[in-house]
Design a protein around this ligand. Structure first.
Ligand code: FES
Ligand SMILES: [Fe+2]
Length: 374
């Protein structure tokens, strides 16, 4: 198919020659199907932080490539990725996130019940039929966590998670992510935009000065964003942010300090901003060729209650991101126009394109990319 070939061609370009992907890749059902098959069915996909599911019975649901999944912390303390589909007649069992206060998963349709490990426990009104409970357990999927981040994978033959994200530990280890235990909950939104637009948007600081003029740019300006390291498997960008809170006197005198932050992308669907004491993350999951679910979360080292003004600040700049991505989505239907060159500040976007090419076409251009950048 011409469009897939065009995507493959674009992903070959090193920075300097790199371009935006063909617009059709942001609405084509064929591309969407290829992405589901090559990424969301095959690779490790981020779910949430372990700290988001601290207590036995805590669960978080998500749908990957059409597969409803519930990540549940069992009474034994273990996290499991269970099929979230009833083995009776297929109702989706759990929605959103929460806690199984009865330690059981109960189907909303005819109330078959399952343990938090997925075994069938109860079948109401079976009449004369003896339901074979052992034959009706919920299937499990691969789940692994790394540095407090929980990932699932539909593909049993996937390489281990640590290997998939090899090289990233050095960035996380100084953060001791395991000590980030306090979360302020997860919020999901539905965007009228292809999931790649959301990911690309969260990957680059190039748009701060234009889209977030009154919000992000005031604290973390575009001209303080720099690329650190990256390739098809992940990427790291850095930036500097004003930190008024560091010294009271500094705040009073208007002398702010600067703190550095890192933006980490673990494709296909996770981007996080790492600060000294907290991590602000975002997860993007496709829900259709032109729609996605975007989930935001934070996790911090110390108990923390965001102030009203902080909450309205975040709400404002998330809205700015959603609105610009939805606006870009409208541009994607153009037949006459096409994508242009990517600039230095979009290098992490180029890495993300390398990832798409690697997963979709089985080719790894990262060596090519590295050789061409010098
Ligand atoms: S579909 Fe779940 S109990 Fe019938
Ligand atoms: Fe943004």
């Amino acid at each position: 198919m011409a469009l897939l070939e065009a995507i493959q061609q674009v992903a070959k370009h090193p920075i300097g020659e790199a371009e935006a992907l063909p617009f059709g890749s942001y609405h084509s059902p064929e591309v969407y199907a290829a992405e589901q098959a090559s990424m969301f069915s095959r690779d490790w996909v981020f779910v949430c932080f372990e700290a988001d599911l601290p207590t036995p019975g805590d669960y978080q649901t998500l749908t990957l490539a059409g597969e409803p999944i519930a990540v549940v912390r069992g009474q034994d303390g273990e996290l499991r990725a269970l099929s979230n589909v009833c083995r009776h007649r297929g109702a989706v069992l759990l929605t959103g996130s929460g806690n199984l206060d009865t330690h059981k998963i109960s189907c909303p349709y005819h109330a078959w019940t399952y343990s938090d490990e997925g075994s069938l426990k109860g079948v109401p009104y079976p009449g004369s039929v003896k339901v074979n409970k052992d034959a009706h357990c919920l299937p499990h999927f691969k789940l692994a966590s790394m540095l407090g981040l929980v990932f699932v994978c539909l593909n049993d033959d996937v390489p281990p998670l640590q290997e998939r994200f090899k090289g990233l530990e050095k960035y996380y280890s100084s953060y001791e992510v395991d000590s980030f235990r306090y979360t302020s909950g997860i919020v999901s939104e539905h965007w009228q935009a292809n999931w790649k637009l959301a990911m690309e948007n969260f990957l680059e600081g190039y748009h701060f000065f234009a889209v977030h003029k009154q919000t992000v740019e005031q604290a973390a300006p575009t001209n303080k964003v720099y690329y650190v390291e990256g390739h098809a498997d992940w990427s790291i960008t850095g930036g500097k942010q004003k930190d008024y809170a560091r010294t009271l006197l500094g705040m009073i005198q208007g002398k702010e300090e600067e703190v550095e932050y890192l933006t980490i992308c673990m494709p296909p669907n996770f981007v996080a901003l790492l600060y000294e004491d907290y991590i602000s993350w975002v997860r993007a999951l496709p829900t259709g060729p032109v729609t996605c679910e975007v989930t935001f979360g934070t996790v911090s080292r110390h108990p923390y209650q965001a102030s009203k003004s902080e909450l309205s600040f975040s709400e404002k700049f998330f809205t700015e991101d959603r609105e610009i991505c939805e606006r870009v989505q409208q541009g994607m239907s153009s037949q006459r126009s096409k994508g242009g060159q990517l600039v230095e500040l979009e290098r992490a976007v180029v890495d993300f394109h390398q990832y798409l090419a690697k997963q979709m076409f089985g080719e790894d251009y990262s060596e090519f990319y590295r050789n061409n950048e010098r």
